[in-house]
Design a protein around this ligand. Structure first.
Ligand SMILES: *[C@@H]1O[C@H](CO)[C@@H](O)[C@H](O)[C@H]1NC(C)=O
Ligand SMILES: *[C@@H]1O[C@H](CO)[C@@H](O)[C@H](O)[C@H]1NC(C)=O
Ligand SMILES: *[C@@H]1O[C@H](CO)[C@@H](O)[C@H](O)[C@H]1NC(C)=O
Ligand SMILES: *[C@@H]1O[C@H](CO)[C@@H](O)[C@H](O)[C@H]1NC(C)=O
Length: 455
């Protein structure tokens, strides 16, 4: 009896692979479906909402099993936007949340239905919401969280909806840029640093050595540390990331105008007499009778930047802030947002090119030209510049030069890459935080073995 069972078992064992493989070969329909299903589950989607001050955008990304981006239709991502931003609904959080439903539905249509439960959804709110009074911002986020949880079939974790601050924006943007350039998983010395000039703040982010990170100065309680540690494709990176608050493009204009408080300002072009409003405060903006002046304007900007403030560390950028020590992670720099817009507006770079090589001195050369103009001549000299930007073209160009050279200490002739996007395969990927956030969000899925996470 025992022998018979063993015999049958052996026979079955011998037979089994044959049966399986003949079934496999003999049923194309089944085979195809099997392969198809397998491919489907190997790829992943992520849905990221970027809730900015003027509007909200949704990005849908599609990754393969190696964490490389796949096309969605003809494009490298699906993106759409609505206006106004969440902060416009200040006292009506439910309405704010509701305003996102059309974007949510579009994103859900892009993701195959069977993948919805495995598709992370995140919303990051930047500048606009932070300016709301009291708990208005938290109420809007809570209503948005509820709306997503109640309505969406996507994967909404408890921490999916949040305000992201400048240092988070900076680090995710660094991830985006280095992801697109194929640097992740390689030595930090191969990575590219990022300077991001926003409206309210400017962020500097670059990778530093373990030794530098270990010796980084401590910051006061409640402040963001200088170093963020994260793991990407099995490699640990130490990022110097700092958000210089009140040194964004608009915030600096306000400081420069406030420095002359109601009297003539040499950064303003002759022929303009108006006001500039920032964060609810109005500043007078008009030039001295002698016109704008490059040197006088530069002097004010240097004062506003506090380049001569005492430095309690081996080296500082400006305002007594540690500079991160420099090094290989800063050798190559991607310089973006307001730098890229202005360079394009004044024709320093070809329009519609994702990025171009420039040097800090190029901003100085252009500033000298701009600061010699009359306000009436700006339109013909810089036809791409919008009305609202015209009175400040001398100030803005000069500030960008001073920030790079005297603030961040870059050599005037250092090559920097200025742009809004980076070529990736046959597409251009926007150099912004949402893609970096998407990489982190899907890295949390079990099959990616946490390819990226912050420590
Ligand atoms: C959504 O969920 C929240 C809490 O989970 C609940 O208070 C709210 O009533 C729900 N809204 C709808 C429309 O179901
Ligand atoms: C304007 O300048 C004054 C004096 O330097 C300073 O006290 C004030 O805080 C400044 N205001 C703003 C909004 O920067
Ligand atoms: C601006 O100037 C006015 C006088 O013109 C003065 O009263 C006011 O205190 C000044 N403000 C600042 C912030 O320095
Ligand atoms: C600017 O305009 C205001 C009125 O809007 C006027 O009082 C002031 O004198 C003007 N200043 C200059 C320098 O033209």
């Amino acid at each position: 009896m025992e022998f018979l069972i063993t015999l049958i078992a052996t026979f079955l064992l011998l037979l089994m692979p044959a049966i399986t493989s003949s079934q496999y070969l003999g049923n194309n329909l089944l085979t195809n479906r099997k392969i198809f299903q397998k491919q489907e589950t190997l790829t992943s989607y992520a849905v990221i909402f970027d809730a900015g001050s003027t509007g909200t955008r949704v990005h849908v990304y599609h990754f393969d099993q190696n964490l490389d981006l796949l096309h969605i239709g003809n494009d490298i991502e699906f993106v759409d936007k609505i206006k106004p931003g969440l902060s416009a609904y200040g006292d009506n959080p439910e309405q704010a949340a509701k305003s996102l439903i059309p974007l949510l539905e579009e994103a859900e249509d892009v993701v195959p239905e069977d993948l919805h439960p495995k598709t992370p959804l995140r919303l990051g709110a930047t500048a606009g919401l932070r300016l709301l009074n009291g708990d208005a911002a938290e109420k809007i986020l809570q209503a948005t969280r509820n709306m997503f949880s109640n309505r969406s079939t996507l994967n909404v974790q408890r921490d999916a909806v949040s305000i992201i601050d400048g240092t988070q924006e900076g680090s995710y943007m660094w991830v985006t840029v280095n992801y697109v350039l194929g640097n992740l998983g390689k030595s930090f010395t191969k990575s590219v640093g990022v300077i991001d000039l926003g409206g309210g703040s400017v962020q500097m982010t670059y990778a530093v050595s373990k030794k530098t990170a270990k010796n980084a100065p401590k910051v006061a309680d409640g402040e963001d540390p200088y170093i963020k540690k994260l793991v990407l494709k099995g490699k640990q990176y130490d990022l110097y990331v700092h958000s210089y608050l009140r040194f964004g493009k608009e915030a600096t204009r306000a400081q420069v105008l406030n420095a002359t408080n109601g009297s003539a300002n040499p950064c303003i072009l002759p022929g303009f007499n108006g006001t500039f409003t920032y964060s609810g405060v109005e500043y007078k903006a008009f030039s001295p009778s002698s016109g704008s002046n490059f040197d006088d304007c530069k002097e004010i900007i240097l004062k506003v930047l506090k380049v001569n403030d005492p430095c309690p560390y081996p080296s500082c950028t400006f305002g007594g802030i540690w500079n991160g020590g420099g090094g290989s992670g800063q050798k190559k720099l991607f310089v973006t947002s307001a730098f890229a817009y202005l360079a394009e507006d004044v024709g320093m770079v070809e329009p519609n090119k994702p990025n171009s090589i420039l040097h800090p001195v190029d901003f100085e050369i252009e500033a000298k030209r701009a600061c010699a103009l009359n306000f009436e001549d700006v339109k013909s000299t810089y036809p791409r510049l919008t009305d609202a930007k015209r009175p400040y073209v001398c100030m803005d160009l000069l500030y960008q030069h001073v920030l790079l050279v005297h603030g961040f200490g870059l050599g005037p002739r250092k090559e920097i890459t200025v742009g809004e996007g980076i070529q990736y395969q046959n597409s251009v990927v926007e150099a912004a935080w949402p893609l970096g956030t998407a990489v982190e969000a899907i890295s949390a899925l079990p099959k990616f073995k946490r390819l990226m996470y912050f420590i």
